[in-house]
Design a protein around this ligand. Structure first.
Ligand code: ATR
Length: 277
């Protein structure tokens, strides 16, 4: 029986077991996927001993993604770009790392707003944390001419831009309405709006009619930002799709089947978010 899991500290809140558990059942695979709580000071040893623990690999969540990245012998370009790993697997006895947030975000964007490039050649990203890094990497890989980063703490946005090079530009948080005017895609990667707390307070009227607005927050599914985008007739892309799609590459590595993100899977997670599970 192949075993995998999600490792974090704390880990109770993770919805990954629901996703992978659904796929294990769906594809009739005799495997398991569980939550594994590992304290930061024990994480390096834990990742170094996956094989001894009988694990084919694991997902990694906060605050262990940088430790997971450092522990891996083979780092995929997505993990190198972000400097953090959310997916580990063993291949030929060697520990491999990837960051599938970038893939998950871009895949969901392509599927739910395939026309996203038509709105212009620049995109605007709110936030400069780990999720922002993954998404900036995704847009640069997709060939976008300019990625504008706006963050409350400007120094963090500057560090991100320095890491990725001249296609990433830094703009003041206070000037976010102006800086995102003309963006093909506006993405919120901050925690604002999570569980309905806070407001980005953005004036979306400066976005073009073909702009796409995405949020990585998925509790609630329809954030204030997305509701306001929809009210203006813009395409709104929710954060749940990213969560579902980022899980695909790991499952394939550990269990040997490329799983599908289906409406049924989405419904299971939505029910859980809405407290109906
Ligand atoms: P992750 O790695 O998941 O992206 P993170 O590193 O904690 O998470 O980043 C959270 C982001 O939300 C940051 O960009 C943070 O801005 P700062 O770098 O200035 O802290 C942003 N954020 C959180 N609360 C915010 C608020 N009230 N106003 C503006 N930005 C906020």
């Amino acid at each position: 029986m192949k075993r995998a899991g999600v490792v974090g500290w704390p880990i109770e809140h993770s919805r990954s077991p629901l996703i992978h558990g659904h796929w294990l059942k769906e594809y009739g695979i005799a495997g398991s996927y569980t939550k594994i709580a590992v304290a930061p000071e024990e994480a390096a040893d834990f990742f170094a001993s996956l094989a001894q623990r009988g694990l084919a690999g694991c997902n990694v969540t906060v605050p262990l993604k940088e430790i997971a990245f450092a522990a891996a012998e083979v780092k995929d370009p997505s993990a190198v770009a972000v400097g953090a790993a959310n997916t580990l697997w063993l291949d030929g006895g060697r520990l491999h790392a990837a960051n599938t947030d970038s893939f998950g975000f871009m895949r969901h964007l392509e599927l739910s707003a395939p026309q996203w490039r038509e709105g212009g050649d620049q995109v605007a990203i709110l936030g400069a944390g780990g999720a922002a890094r993954a998404i900036v990497h995704g847009f640069l890989e997709a060939g976008v001419a300019e990625v504008r980063v706006l963050n409350r703490t400007r120094a963090r946005a500057e560090a991100l831009a320095a890491h990725f090079g001249p296609r990433v530009t830094v703009h003041d948080w206070a000037a976010r309405d102006n800086a995102s005017a003309g963006a093909a895609v506006l993405v919120n990667t901050t925690t604002i709006g999570m569980k309905g707390v806070g407001s980005l307070g953005m004036d979306l009227s400066r976005l073009g009619p073909r702009a796409v607005v995405a949020d990585i927050v998925y509790v609630p599914l329809e954030t204030e930002l997305l509701a306001r985008a929809r009210a203006r007739g813009l395409t709104a892309v929710d954060g749940l799709g990213m969560l579902l799609h980022q899980a695909v590459p790991g499952f394939e590595r550990w269990f040997g089947v490329r799983p599908e993100v289906t409406p049924e899977l989405r419904d299971i997670i939505v029910a859980d978010i809405e407290g109906r599970a």
